[in-house]
Design a protein around this ligand. Sequence first.
Ligand code: ZN
Length: 502
Amino acid sequence: MERTTEELTGLLRSLVAKMKAYQHAQTVMYFDAATVAPPGSAEDRGKTLAVFSEVTYGLQTGEETGKLLSALRERTEELDPVTRREVSELWRDYERTKKIPMEEYVAYQVLLNEADAVWHKAKTESDWPAFEPYMEKIVAFNRKLAGWLAPEKKPYDALLDEYERGLTMEKCDAFFAVLRERLVPLIRQIAEKGKQPEDIFAGKDFPVEQQRKLSDWLMAAIGIDREYCAIGETEHPFTDGSSKHDVRITTHYYVNDPLSSLFSVVHEGGHALYELHVADGLQDTVLAGGVSMGIHESQSRFFENIIGRSRGFIRNLLPELRELFPAQMAGVTEEDLYRAANVARPSLIRTEADELTYSLHVMLRYELEKQLMDGSLAVADLPAAWNAKVKEYLGLDVPDDRSGVLQDSHWSGGAIGYFPSYALGSAYGAQLLAKMKESMDVDAVVASGDLTPVLDWLTERIWSKGSLYDPQVIFEQAAEAPFDPTYYTDYLIGKYSALYSL
Ligand SMILES: [Zn+2]
């Protein structure tokens, strides 16, 4: 007997509940692995993850799932818009994941668990040869993956689409060309003529215990509800969100550089805010959560740079810093702090790069990934190619692989094609700011210390929508215009020309 639509949606709900339960457990396990799990636990966790991967693969691609989704697809007009979108997203996943052979899928999850542990150690010891064989396997898998997913596309295009639906090398090339053309001359000008501010933190220690208190203040300042968001400490800061009721961010404290953790917390806090504000009606659906990496990064980079490095935010931050670090901050003025937070100077580490030179870090990773995927660059030659590009774009020599090719966790995590979303996100953020300014005095709101109007604007236009629409649709609805990277370059040129009196 044929099932009713109500029965089918009931089955869908229990399938989604199972999928989300496994995802939840895997997310928590990942966070645990990165924070407090002892190093020797990696192997056992690998076994657990292999079992989990098999189950989630089965849930996504099993015969029952296929039948259920097919039946629901025949009745889309009877479904409410949220369920309709869920069915279409799950069907997309079903078709996609089915193309990946299960043994390969499971083996890859196990490989990534191992690679992550090896990378952590290799980074600490600046030991590229230890990580190289894992990178070989990760690149090889991603090339195969691209072939399974979209044999008609160039491999790197297939991967870009995984992180930002619709993104291609053609679009990236055009975008980076605008950045290169408009920003590289400005960076040169600053290097030649711009007077760099004095380093106000030189020779001072900022105890980690006090920096932890600063993190609490920052999270409150940007409006994070700690009831649903925790903070941990890891080598590489990240955000994990299982649902709007369980979001975790991490940071890394450096005793001699309080700004590093400060801006990491505000960056990850931006990711967290997005996850925390998904509409209640999407909770328990597969649409609960940020829609894409590009849109996610647009939120994190918006908070880190546009809010966090603004005059108003710095003005409110200064009294807090003076209270937590009275001796270290003695004699530091608001102008000193503002300039320290906005120094534009080529540097080696992407996550600590300033707002202006940041996109060059992304561009070099994009170009290397492109070459790795088209086969014109061998993994063994990656460190040398990395160092050459750092020299070309940033004018710097890379002293060791820890500050070079081993610095990011993306590749060890299996993510090839992720990086462009950072630059794209930064550019989305600048265009959203321009739109926001049409209806709000953003500077005055930030200076008031109460970000509610900004949070409300972003909740309504982006956060609450979760994954209800494609990323490009969500962006264009929010910005009320197609994407235009010149908002970003204009914003940077305006800001840095004033800072460096150019
Ligand atoms: Zn981020």
